[in-house]
Design a protein around this ligand. Sequence first.
Ligand code: TUI
Length: 314
Amino acid sequence: MLKSQICDIIGIKYPIIQGGMAWVADSSIAAGVSNAGGLGIIAAANAPVDYIREEIRKAKKLTDKPFGVNIMMLSDNADEIAKMVCEEGVKVVTTGAGNPGKYIDMWKEHNIKVIPVIASVALARRMERYGVDAVVAEGCESGGHVGELTTMALVPQVVDAVNIPVIAAGGIGDGRGVAAAFALGALGVQVGTRFLVAKECTVHQNYKDKVIKAKDIDTEVTGRITGHPVRVLRNKLARKYKIMEKEGASIEEMEALGRGALPKAVKDGDIDNGSVMAGQIAGLVNKEETCAEIVESMVREASEVIEKIKQEMY
Ligand code: TUI
């Protein structure tokens, strides 16, 4: 059995939270993860408010379990999404790529559990002062927008700095990763890349196949000079980025190249010219499974690993 305070706070069976993968995480995967006993998440990213509202309503039809919405702070319509989740009675909000401080009182007034994703001790401390319920400490092994620190270095420092539960993210793809996260003091995990290839995940099959084929060294971080570094699987677009970076291209030129690149890969399946965001653990992800299979195997493995450690250490 794998239970923690996170399960009681959110009302879920297992402390496994799905990452808020932009353009990918819709009602299908969110309901799949929630029905499997974890916390499914719909990613608002840059989508129109009414589209996300409909996804929330669809998810309610697909599951009677709690699910959440991830709000990306860089999004132009973050204000509108922040209000809409209150109207729709969403139970949990996670945030990414910025400081959600200005929305927290409003969400708390609507009894929403607030779990910001942070990449530094300073932001974790600030979030605790705002009264959030937990934080996700996300290391730079993650796919998508990343901070500077690894999960191994970030998680224990955040655990020591705050008195609220910490959920670990970045590089966690199986039960060993779950056990390691708990060893660092985390009370839950957020998993993205492994859920990318879930049967219920509606990302284009080309994207899934590229994740499944990926080896350990196949990701890289592009766009550091734009201030929004992003971890992706290496492809034609990533190579173009690297050349532009070397040649001293302007931030505007880099941003122009990135515009529309994620839906190109996620929706159209153009995995050469699109942005294929994935974490460093992609090398370990090698088959498509249902959300239930993924969650159950992670939970079972984590318990086995913890037992094995007890026997091996003397
Ligand atoms: O947000 C993510 N991952 C994402 S968002 C995304 S969509 C996107 N597309 C193109 C460019 C940028 C984003 C794809 N993947 N993860 C959570 C996360 N948040 N990682 C790092 C951070 C973070 C970084 C700096 C949070 C706060 C922060 O500082 C804010 C402040 O004001 O101190």
